[in-house]
Design a protein around this ligand. Structure first.
Ligand SMILES: O=P(O)(O)OC[C@H]1O[C@](O)(CO)[C@@H](O)[C@@H]1O
Length: 551
């Protein structure tokens, strides 16, 4: 059924009216007026705690947002996703990444396929393979145990496993070093190959389609590099010990020369950016072992259960989505900063960029109509406290309002307690500063107390004033563990889903990446071929000409 446009819905219009009333709200005053604000605007689920009290909203705002979610059918669409309906309507696919982390025994049949049985059969294979590699029973072609694993993939076939392996480094196997090559830029492959030994390196070629240009070129290069170092007569046997594939495309992996016995499959109902739970997570299972990989899946499943069952008003992913929606639509927030106050989450912002922006960076609804409000904000960030010494200036005093998600673990994985309290102090201080700001009168009082002459006080005061009233969420966990990380990722997946439903987008296709791919193929041929007539605009022709002259 065609959805009405967002702005024509009664609940969106009610929110518009409410936003007019809320225009002058100051969070300082909201906190002063309600000593229970923190308790009222925070929730817990799956080992995570979300404080969303430092947003410009009140109970009525949430009621109206929840009403909008209901009017847009968020619960119905959530249930349709879990049930395996083909909600990816432009690719006619189900969206079942949640089935990848469901415990054995769940019943879901999709087109005659027993999803649970297939998922767990692959998980069993992942377990035996990773046990063998980690245990030193899987040997390289000269009889040595594997010491290095190189994952070759890009986008969802890189960002997820790379982020998780870094985040869980405390759980990692001491013998295995994990490397990730994604960029078609040869410097990426070169930097990795220069560190590894062909006798002890396992290559994982990870690509859902097994057609992605960057991955195919990188995989061919790795294969050539490897074969140049192996006696020709044992090439096939050696390849079988050193190359495995993760894909949905068995024919393509065969023609690449990988034995299907070395292929870990997944399915078209797993989107690339939602695939870390599938065999795309093989590097994670190799690094931390199958037990912790299962815990990671279990943490995500716990968040799934919460998302499925909790009422909207207590549902963490729904709340995160609704608050983000409020900030985007009514506070004109063009971007969101992700600030993990945990160095091991340093690739988390990059991971969320694909998750959120590839899912909801769209301007046409699922029905093909132009959207009538702004959609996905830009997502960016760096670990705190590094960001504080770089771009937080703009967040505090710039002209745009940029909401921030602070993410922290209460306990560290190290024993340097002093560092950890300094880290948390910074995290909490920043959210306080964004909320409170510092008024010009407060600045004047400070400067006067420092004994500055009145004209100097007046000259400096505007520069030292902080507008404040800038929204943030804080997500806390006890420790960064496999289950809490699983829950954290699932939280953001579902947040993205809910926002997609509010905007009536198909969050599971990514047509926007195609045009550049097609043009790059043409230009690659032009760069390699004979001089050709100018085929493009003058800028593109000029750039190609300069590159050709340099070759
Ligand atoms: O796993 P594949 O098929 O190589 O795709 C890699 C990535 O490329 C994209 O299709 C975008 O080009 C992503 O959605 C995907 O995660």
């Amino acid at each position: 059924m065609r959805q009405p446009s967002l702005t024509s819905t009664a609940s969106f219009q009610a929110l518009e009216n409410h936003a007019l009333e809320a225009e002058d709200w100051e969070m300082r005053k909201l906190f002063a007026a309600d000593p229970q604000r923190f308790e009222r605007f925070s929730c817990e689920a799956a080992g995570l705690f979300l404080d969303y009290s430092k947003n410009r909203l009140d109970g009525r705002t949430l009621e109206l947002l929840a009403a909008l979610a209901r009017e847009r059918g968020v619960e119905r669409q959530r249930d349709a996703m879990f049930a395996g309906e083909r909600i990816n309507n432009t690719e006619n696919r189900a969206v079942l990444h949640t089935a990848l982390r469901a415990p054995r025994g769940s019943t879901l049949v999709l087109d005659g396929q027993d999803v649970d049985a297939e998922v767990h059969a692959v998980l069993d294979r992942i377990r035996s393979f990773t046990d063998a590699v980690r245990g030193g029973e899987w040997l390289g072609h000269t009889g040595k145990p594997i010491t290095d694993v190189v994952n070759i993939g890009i986008g969802g076939s890189d960002l997820g496993p790379k982020m998780v392996v870094l985040a869980l480094r405390h759980y990692a196997h001491p013998r295995l070093a994990l490397h990730f090559v994604s960029n078609v830029d040869g410097h990426d492959m070169d930097a990795t190959l220069s560190q590894v030994d062909p006798e002890t390196t396992l290559f994982i070629v990870a690509s859902k389609t097994f057609t992605t240009a960057e991955t195919m070129m990188n995989a061919q290069t790795a294969r050539r590099w490897f074969l140049e170092r192996v006696p020709a007569e044992s090439a096939d046997a050696a390849l079988a010990k050193h190359f495995v594939a993760v894909s949905t495309n068995v024919e393509a992996i065969k023609s690449f020369g990988i034995d299907p016995a070395n292929m870990f499959p997944f399915w078209d109902w797993v989107g690339g950016r939602y695939s870390v739970w599938s065999a795309i997570g093989l590097p994670v299972a190799l690094a931390v072992g199958f037990g912790y990989f299962s815990d990671f899946l279990a943490g995500a499943h716990e968040m799934d259960q919460h998302f499925r069952n909790a009422p909207i008003e207590e549902n963490m992913p729904m709340i995160l989505a609704l608050v983000g929606f409020w900030n985007r639509e009514f506070l004109d927030a063009h971007s969101v900063t992700i600030a993990p106050y945990h160095q091991d989450l340093n690739r988390f912002p990059a991971y969320l960029q694909q998750l959120d922006m590839e899912s909801n960076g769209k301007s046409v609804t699922r029905d093909g109509d132009p959207v009538d409000t702004p959609t996905c904000p830009a997502i960016w960030g760096e670990p705190g406290t590094n960001g504080q010494h770089a771009y937080f200036q703009l967040l505090h005093q710039g002209t745009d309002l940029t909401p921030i998600d602070f993410i922290a673990a209460l306990r560290p994985a190290h024993e340097m307690e002093q560092h950890h309290s300094a880290l948390l102090a910074n995290c909490f201080a920043q959210s306080e500063a964004f909320m409170k700001g510092k008024t010009i009168d407060e600045v004047r009082t400070d400067l006067q107390a420092q004994g500055l002459p009145p004209e100097e006080v007046e000259r400096l005061a505007p520069h030292k004033t902080f507008p404040g009233n800038r929204p943030s969420n804080t997500i806390l966990m006890e420790r960064l563990t496999p289950p809490t990380l699983g829950a954290l990722i699932a939280l953001y997946e579902h947040k993205t889903f809910v926002q997609g439903v509010l905007w009536n987008l198909n969050s599971f296709d990514q047509w926007g990446v195609e045009l550049g791919k097609v043009l790059a193929k043409k230009i690659e041929a032009e760069l390699a071929g004979e001089p050709q007539p100018d085929l493009h605009d003058s800028s593109t022709n000029g750039l190609i000409a300069r590159a050709r002259a340099a070759f």
